[in-house]
Design a protein around this ligand. Structure first.
Ligand SMILES: Nc1ncnc2c1ncn2[C@@H]1O[C@H](COP(=O)(O)OP(=O)(O)OP(=O)(O)O)[C@@H](O)[C@H]1O
Ligand SMILES: [Mg+2]
Length: 463
């Protein structure tokens, strides 16, 4: 490719990417300033391009671009906030790098990623958590509180787990819960709290995998004005959970650096908001959970050993459902009772064949999967009282397995189209059952035409 063509390609790239891009040359003059950047900074390309940086921007002392140019430093993932032309606060993560050729700095490049929506999401989580735990202000948002009497299961393996969990509820020690997806980690964590000594104080659960790394610390520890431009003073989950329990779900997804900070907070007993200077004493019980076993996450480096030992004072393992098949029938009874009431049905029992089918399955999605199978069956019944095996839909590639599909092996075995079909069948089956077999609602939910849905229902023999 000719240089001119490269240039064209480059300019198109800059025009269409979602990040803001700003480049200054060695004299501090702007040579590239794309529209995204202009949007973020409430300026136009015309006002900036070919002008000396100092003439356009006032806060040159704080400028990461000039700093990068003058000191040859890379400034990575720095939080920044702007107010845009509509008065809305925009949050970005910026990375600034010097371009060095032949030991000479020829330019500095800044890339800004707009994370406003993600930031708003974490803010919303904090607000919602607050509402949940100050129920007098907003009663609708109260979450269901699980306690030990809501837990079903008398199998030997599960009884052992429950025994330890009940003892844990009488103490204040940190707990580490391991269980595959859908085994009831949240249920056990809540029961430890709501049947324990801290029950009158908040229970807050945070999934560490659901929040982008750059925002998790702010969410946990709070932020302080000055942490980054535009940051607000806001308490984090540690402060919100004061006196209560904080469940750190999927702790194995917490970034390594954050784990070190968490450990420090736990050891020192106080928290410092991001960008703050004050140490705030905290009194929070920690329950951590993981859907991978402890040895696996330690050996693969997903959890720091020192943090793990601090959390694993009491260790609770929840066995998967396939290792406690005695619990399947009692759980079915419980779910039939629950959904009779919810869906206004009058189901009494499962047919023998249906029971057989349920007992033979190995439940990669554990109790959640079993619950969904029962809901699916019940919602397909009209005024029948017996769930026959034809209504028990055991998914071939269950939705719970999607994340853990061994693609290479499964594709070899089943072929791509069969896997895609079985996932499609799963989704359609679930939504169709949930809608009470309503074609219009299901087609809407799937964003496909009614005719297409009808065709697929016939194809997969979903009734
Ligand atoms: N022993 C039980 N008795 C009754 N219901 C249960 C039991 N165990 C789990 N459930 C139900 O199964 C569902 C999944 O439970 P929960 O959310 O606690 O699982 P989890 O281990 O946290 O799953 P994930 O790893 O996906 O977060 C919930 O609806 C819960 O009510
Ligand atoms: Mg969970």
């Amino acid at each position: 490719m000719k240089l001119k063509e490269y240039k064209m390609l480059f300019m198109e790239l800059i025009r269409y990417i979602h990040e803001g891009v700003h480049v200054i040359d060695s004299d501090g003059k702007t040579i590239i300033y794309n529209e995204r950047m202009a949007d973020l900074e409430k300026l136009t390309g015309k006002e900036v391009i070919n002008k000396p940086f100092q003439d356009v921007f006032k806060d040159v002392e704080d400028s990461t671009l000039l700093k990068s140019l003058n000191t040859r430093t890379v400034i990575e993932n720095k939080n920044q906030a702007y107010i845009n032309k509509y008065g809305k606060e925009i949050t970005t993560i910026n990375t600034t790098i010097p371009i060095i050729d032949d030991n000479k700095v020829v330019a500095a490049l800044e890339i800004a990623q707009n994370i406003t929506q993600i930031k708003e999401m974490t803010d919303t989580i904090l607000e919602l958590q607050k509402d949940i735990h100050q129920p007098s202000e907003n009663k609708n948002l109260r979450i269901k509180q699980y306690r030990f009497h809501n837990i079903t299961g008398g199998s030997k393996a599960f009884k052992k787990t429950l025994e330890i969990a009940k003892r844990a509820s009488k103490t204040d020690a940190s707990v580490f819960i391991y269980g595959e997806t859908g085994t009831g980690k949240e249920l056990i964590a809540q029961s430890i709290h709501f049947d324990g000594i801290r029950k009158t104080r908040p229970f807050i659960a945070q999934n560490c995998a659901a929040i982008p790394d750059s925002l998790l610390e702010g969410l946990l520890f709070g932020t302080d004005k000055g942490g980054f431009t535009g940051a607000v003073d806001r308490e984090g989950l540690f402060e919100q959970a004061s006196g209560g329990t904080l469940l750190l779900d999927e702790i194995n997804s917490m970034p390594y650096d954050t784990q070190a900070k968490l450990l420090r907070v736990l050891q020192e007993g106080y928290v410092r908001r991001i960008g703050g200077t004050k140490d705030i004493p905290i009194d929070v019980r920690i329950i951590a959970s993981s859907n991978e076993p402890a040895d696996v996450i330690i050996n693969s480096g997903k959890i720091r050993k020192d943090l793990f030992y601090r959390l694993n004072i009491i260790s609770i393992n929840i066995p998967p459902l396939r290792e406690r098949k005695d619990d399947i029938m009692p759980l079915c009874e419980k779910f039939i009772e629950k959904y009779n009431e919810k869906l206004n049905k009058d189901v009494w029992i499962l047919s023998d064949k249906a029971k057989e089918k349920l007992l033979a399955h190995d439940y990669p999605g554990n109790i959640r999967e079993l619950e969904n199978i029962i809901v699916g069956a019940i919602s397909l019944l009209d005024d029948e009282h017996v769930i026959s095996d034809s209504f028990v839909n055991i998914h071939s590639v269950s939705e719970f397995k999607k994340n853990t599909i061994d693609y290479k092996n499964d594709v070899k075995e089943m072929g791509l189209m069969n896997i895609v079909d079985s996932i499609e069948k799963d989704i359609i089956y679930t939504l169709y059952a949930e809608s009470g077999r309503n074609i219009t609602k299901t087609a809407d939910a799937l964003k496909i035409k009614r005719q297409t849905l009808q065709h697929k229902l016939r194809k997969y023999d979903i009734r």
